[in-house]
Design a protein around this ligand. Structure first.
Ligand code: 8DG
Ligand code: MG
Ligand code: MG
Length: 149
């Protein structure tokens, strides 16, 4: 949280996750000055010393209470997301991971950060909600598909 302080204009690293279940992915509607009310993946900022896998697992746990199958986590792609407009310019290098839940599919997502998200749900890839958070929308429009062949 920046708490209204002046923000240094530096790129930051985010790790976000395509959590897959059948043909669906987990999305939540954001409550944030960045991308407010758009649908986005679980994820957050890479902390000092963390691996991408550790960050993905920590953010999924913090935001939804759920656990990955750690053996099946994979790096999918990285995108460069520059938003230069006022009132809040930001620049994220976003690392997209893919994962599935540990212990089958019986874990239920909880909304553990209700000030940051309206709630989590599964959405069919063929029928994604709108509006998507723009870094995700950009990927979908380019034909990106997070599912294994
Ligand atoms: P933290 O304090 O828990 O580390 O951070 P957070 O509150 O969970 O951060 P976030 O906004 O959820 O994620 C950090 C940034 O990642 C976000 O501001 C922009 C970038 N980002 C993307 N695409 C996505 C996405 O689909 N979901 C999320 N959550 N963040 C994304 O570029
Ligand atoms: Mg977070
Ligand atoms: Mg987050």
């Amino acid at each position: 949280m920046e708490n209204g302080k002046t923000i240094a204009l530096v790129p930051r690293v985010a790790v976000v996750v395509f959590l897959l279940r059948g043909k669906a992915v987990l999305l939540g509607r954001r409550r944030s000055s960045v991308g407010d009310s758009t649908f986005a993946l679980p994820g957050g900022h890479l902390e000092f010393g963390e691996s991408f896998e550790e960050c993905a697992a920590r953010e999924l746990k913090e935001e939804t209470g759920m656990d990955f199958d750690k053996k099946k986590m994979e790096l999918l792609t990285v995108t460069n997301n520059v938003f230069s407009e006022q009132p809040k310019p930001y620049h994220y290098v976003t690392v997209f991971m893919r994962g599935v839940l540990a212990d089958g599919d019986d874990q239920l997502p909880q909304n553990l950060e209700p000030t940051k998200c309206d709630g989590w749900d599964w959405y069919d890839w063929a029928n994604l909600p709108e509006p998507l958070f723009w870094p995700l929308e950009k990927m979908v429009k380019s034909g990106f598909n997070p599912f294994p062949n």
